[in-house]
Design a protein around this ligand. Structure first.
Ligand code: HEC
Ligand code: HEC
Ligand code: HEC
Ligand code: HEC
Ligand code: HEC
Length: 252
């Protein structure tokens, strides 16, 4: 019926069409996936807030804004009130802070775009990690150097397990800027009040006279023995195989 040449043309045409459809699909699929959750994901936020300025230059502790990370699963993004602790006085007229002032006056939260997210079928709990003196930097990278926060680690199952199997290679020990408990009280310089003194749990502002060296770390009401091992020069509770590897620990 048709000439062999025509037949061949149809086959090649079909193959090319199929290949390009596949390409387009892959580009869209991975392109979209990439902006959902992956290393480097860096959405544009409603307010041009800079960690580099606030945490890096002004030296505000992570836990001043992300309070509660030591004793709850989540590390909430700060409320507008936290911003206004300073910004009623600092740059009260700045156009960059208009949305913050609006939010404050109307009592509506700022709609920050969520960056880090593990799927619902997997469970991650901040407090257990923070209490084991694992610094934010281990999982979020050098946030205090980031103008805009981006995802630093893949948050994949392999990534979780890598650290659980081999913590020494993956853990950055607690640093004062993060306010992560080190077994001792430490000071974090702050703009407002010159010093904040972080007690392990709850993180609180203590009077200088309350300042005592911790002998034994106290997690909540429980006392646990002093850490024996050191990671990055920081004592760490256990040496190896400390994070769970059984499926039910993370999937239930
Ligand atoms: C401890 C005090 C403090 C807190 C809390 C604080 N800021 Fe700031 N912020 C500052 C200072 C100081 C500057 C820099 C002022 C300057 O450049 O002279 C600044 C600058 C800014 C700027 C740049 C404004 C401009 O016109 O350049 C933005 C935007 C901003 N802050 C947003 C926020 C948001 C959003 C929050 C709450 C999540 C917040 N800040 C919490 C102290 C604070
Ligand atoms: C002055 C308040 C402030 C301080 C201090 C601060 N943050 Fe934030 N952080 C914010 C705000 C506001 C957001 C949401 C907007 C954004 O992503 O930049 C945020 C977002 C984040 C996110 C991304 C959350 C998500 O959606 O996945 C991480 C991770 C984070 N901060 C870690 C840190 C670490 C680590 C430190 C200390 C080195 C720190 N922050 C210090 C206010 C603060
Ligand atoms: C062991 C790794 C690890 C450490 C340490 C860690 N984070 Fe996270 N962080 C995560 C993961 C994983 C998520 C995503 C959690 C989810 O989807 O439920 C996350 C999410 C967040 C978010 C987004 C809101 C939320 O709670 O889901 C903020 C803000 C945040 N982390 C701040 C911090 C700060 C501040 C510290 C240090 C005090 C810290 N993180 C320490 C792994 C870590
Ligand atoms: C940087 C190292 C590191 C990373 C990354 C990490 N973990 Fe862990 N995880 C630990 C350590 C260390 C412990 C043990 C803490 C202790 O001694 O109490 C732990 C404990 C746990 C526990 C047991 C405590 C509990 O809450 O029941 C769970 C569950 C857990 N991790 C889940 C995860 C998940 C899910 C991820 C990935 C999204 C992850 N971890 C990533 C180091 C890590
Ligand atoms: C330390 C925590 C942890 C443990 C232990 C764990 N998982 Fe996961 N798992 C995760 C996280 C986090 C994800 C989400 C990964 C992502 O978003 O890419 C995941 C994803 C998955 C997925 C979805 C497919 C994929 O790879 O993305 C399956 C299936 C799964 N896990 C099965 C298991 C089984 C079976 C076990 C026991 C052998 C197990 N998991 C143990 C944390 C864990």
């Amino acid at each position: 019926m048709f000439s062999r040449r025509f037949d061949m043309g149809v086959k090649i045409g079909g193959a090319v069409l199929g290949a390009s459809v596949l390409c387009v699909f892959l580009v869209i699929f991975f392109g979209v996936r990439n902006t959902v959750a992956d290393v480097g994901y860096r959405p544009e936020q409603p307010v041009p807030f800079s960690h580099k300025l606030h945490a890096g230059q002004l030296n505000i502790s992570c836990q001043y804004c992300h309070a509660g990370v030591e004793n709850s699963a989540h590390s909430p993004v700060p409320t507008t009130q936290t911003c206004m602790n300073c910004h009623t006085a600092v740059l009260p007229e700045s156009p960059k802070l208009q949305l913050v002032r609006d939010s404050y006056e109307k009592g509506t939260p700022i709609e920050w775009i969520r960056i880090h997210k593990v799927p619902d079928y997997a469970h991650f709990n901040h407090s257990r990690h923070i209490r084991a003196q694992i610094d934010c930097k281990s999982c979020h990278g050098p946030v205090e150097e980031m103008g805009v926060v981006s995802q630093f680690k893949p948050l994949s199952m392999g990534w979780c397990l890598d650290c659980h199997r081999n913590p020494e290679a993956n853990i950055v020990g607690a640093r004062p800027i993060s306010g992560v408990f080190t077994g001792q009280m430490h000071k974090v310089k702050d703009l407002l009040d010159s010093t904040y003194l972080y007690k392990p749990i709850p993180a609180q502002v203590a009077a200088a006279s309350d300042l005592k060296d911790m002998v034994t770390p106290s997690f909540g009401q429980k006392q646990s023995p002093l850490p024996k091992y050191h990671v990055d020069g920081i004592p760490h509770p256990k040496k190896a195989g400390i994070g769970p590897e059984n499926c039910s620990a993370c999937h239930y």
